[in-house]
Write a protein that binds this ligand. Sequence first.
Ligand SMILES: Nc1ncnc2c1ncn2[C@@H]1O[C@H](COP(=O)(O)OP(=O)(O)O)[C@@H](O)[C@H]1O
Ligand SMILES: [Mg+2]
Length: 287
Amino acid sequence: MNIGVLYSRIRRDEKLLLNELRERGHEVTKLDVRKLRFDLSEPPAALSACDLVVDRCLATSRSVYATRFIDSYGVPVVNTPETAAVCADKAENSLALAGAGVPTPRTEVAFTKETALEIIESFGYPCVLKPVVGSWGRLMAKIDSKSAAEAILEHKATLGHYEHKVFYVQEFVEKPDRDIRVVAVDGEPIAAMVRSSEHWLTNAAKGAHTSEFELDGTARDLVARASDAVGGGLLGIDLMETGSGSYTVHEVNHTVEFKALDEATSIDVPARVVDWLEAVATQEVVA
Ligand SMILES: Nc1ncnc2c1ncn2[C@@H]1O[C@H](COP(=O)(O)OP(=O)(O)O)[C@@H](O)[C@H]1O
Ligand SMILES: [Mg+2]
């Protein structure tokens, strides 16, 4: 197989993936998204040889547009542009989860700071304000008071870029000091970990402590349904425990990192990812 890896920076995650692909004898085409030109009909030469392209872009904008172009040339790409578009935006993500009946935190969106403040006041304190585009816990606000809400809303409205004009307000979920990250392929979990921190943000990128987690039937069912809700693929599904064996899914990520999961668990995560890529590439070649 010739597997294209679309990237902007080769991190440890991409190294793990490239090593696994090469060890299995696949040809790898490294596609630096910063250098590619996307024509309306002709694919860049490097793309034509690929049986399958894996999107590993860090920047959401690149991921969303590049997968869209690659798909338009008829070159198979994971994740699909449809999945990328849903996962790239927290409002889209929430709508997809709620639409599929997957438990997700109560969320409302507004477009002015006055109306956003009304939502916040009706949710009560603390509550959470998130940028609709972003990851690694960046620019997330836990709001404890009306005066804090007013200040943050004014800062966003005055200083924020385009996407900060969309005010995404969420109830604060009283989770234990951890959340759960599952990496799954088409809804089938590869591995899961808990990310524990004294800070309310439990992202691995924020320094949370990680350890392996055994998923129960309820969590597995939610992972499958959350994956379906966003169109499937290689996904990072984030859940919080809400007590007495229940969970809520707060987001699904489409260019998932797996280095922390690989280190935290006994599972060979890159190997399982490549198993899935091989299966998808084979299907595409046959089709
Ligand atoms: N509604 C919430 N209540 C409590 N904690 C939350 C809530 N939403 C997110 N968190 C915490 O913040 C972290 C980052 O939130 P998330 O929505 O996953 O954004 P990001 O895309 O930046 O990772 C989560 O891993 C979780 O620990
Ligand atoms: Mg997250």
